[in-house]
Design a protein. Sequence first.
Length: 650
Amino acid sequence: MSNPRYLTKSRFKLAVECPTKLYYTGKNSVYWNRMGEDSFMAMLAEGGYQVGELAKYKYPGGIEIETLNSAAAEAQTTALLQQEDVVLFEPAIRYGDLLVRIDILVKKGNSFSLIEVKAKSYNSHDPKILGARGGIVSGMRPYIEDVAFQAYVLRGAYPAAPVTTALMMPDKAVAASIDGLNQLFKLVRDGKRSKIVPSPSIKTHGVGQDILALVPVDEYVAMVMRDGVDCNGAKQPLAVLAQEWAAAYKADSKIPPVPGARCASCEFNDPPSPEFKSGFKECWNQAFGFTDVDFGKGTVLDLWNYRGKNKLIQDSRVRLQSVRRDDLGDDSDGSGLSNAERQWMQVDGIPQAEDRGGYWLSDSLMRSEMAAWKFPYHLIDFETSAVALPFHQGMRPYEQVAFQFSHHVMHQDGRVEHAGERLLSDLGHFPNFDFARALKAELDKDEGTIFMWSHHENTIINRIISQLEENANPPPDAPAITSFLRAITKGGERAMYDLANLSRQAFFHPDTKGSSSIKKVLPAMLNASPWLHDRYAQPIYGSPTGIPSHNYKEPFTWWKADDKGNLIEPYERLRAYAAEMLGEEVQKGEDPDTLVIAEGGAAATAYSRLQFEELSADARKRIQEGLLRYCELDTLAMVMIVEGWREMVR
């Protein structure tokens, strides 16, 4: 007998994003889902399960409904709710074909308190739930709608009982009062699932100061029930939508698609092999008659950084070639390629007179910028982590930890070397000050230009400066470290140079689809530059006579072709290193991207594993070695791009 098909809170959330997704979800052997269900990496990234476990310690004596069987969970819940006063974790409440497992349900007499625990950050000193115009801000609306759905089900099941609602979230206004709060909640594999195993020491030493905020949301839930749920660009009554979606899911019938800009991030797309179907393509085929040929020619979803996609789709102008120049406007300020100009090149191609053989380059801007650079060039990349439960005393939820950097140097005579690196992953060690100290030692030897890709490094350094200044017992060399860090951040006399900004203004290749992500720009450069091809098709990396490396002891060839002669993109090859550093094997049907997206990158996920998982010495060593290789290759990517640009403007 098959399990009943109930509309759960996770399926409700999915339907709010796109009701058609209800048809694709759960059919993992048919439709590709790059998000995956019960993804181990997603758990590491969000930290939601750890937050949920910490929340339970606020309610000693609470009873957890552990069974995954819906009928058994419902029966157990009903029996326990016969008690006058009781606290339940994950109780199953059903109302018709709607079923929710509530995070925390507090029953006192005939009244219920429904508490939804989320890993989303919250600041009790500056709560942002309502916007300037009085509506719920977009970042909070999905959470409020989630609670509203659960409250609707609970009230339907117990119509005579008063119900109050609240969200419980990590409070960024509160600092952890103990070291190792995160590590008190170990994440472990349990067969095909993952679970949190709290440390036994909690019973004797506790969890320190409460960093979870309990936020009443009755008034916001009432707004959702009054005004409706945002879905497909319109607000519709929650009760009506819930019943419609439940009926469709129960019957396994597809709700007709309503395409929009959100389709660009659809998880039911880009299957890794022909054995899986693309839900996204099915939707667009149904709505617009699109074929693989049409997708190959591009859609308006491909337009980089364009906010007018919904209007074009509503006007049935969904093909890239249907975009007109006046749709994009004119935002040029004469300082380089503007957003609109990049977008127009995506649509209309590179102007014939400016085509450099498949790419566009501003020689004048490149030369002008390069003239101000000083040798030796220092190319740096940071790896950081920001988790819900802090690793260290005095840290707040989602405070940045800088645990690794890589450093390549380019000399005026053309020599390149992997000059240095630092990985600070010792269990329980707060790395930021040692990180800054090591970075200063690397970069304080000369006045050469320091390069970053995008502004992330600036953000991290500014946070470390604040941590040094806020620390009640700063290290003796804090003034020297702070002075150095201020000098290399924005506004400083040796401020880091942002190569991503130069790429946006001075370089365009169709393969990047307008993006200036290093993962897009690097393969485009390798394809556009014969010089780079000739250089990196040789086994020079890691060679004593080529480019010295800290972590590649055997000569490595970066320009590799597949069996059709096409470049195997460098970041595709990095995935193997990501998998290795995480200690995970990519299984059949599993998207390798899941190994590199968590917390903004595999490196952050790997660091989390080093901090709160029980690992063997061999596994820990393997992860650390993988981290070093991975970060090193990020700065090498910057080297190759700069080398390519310099050759192009000679």
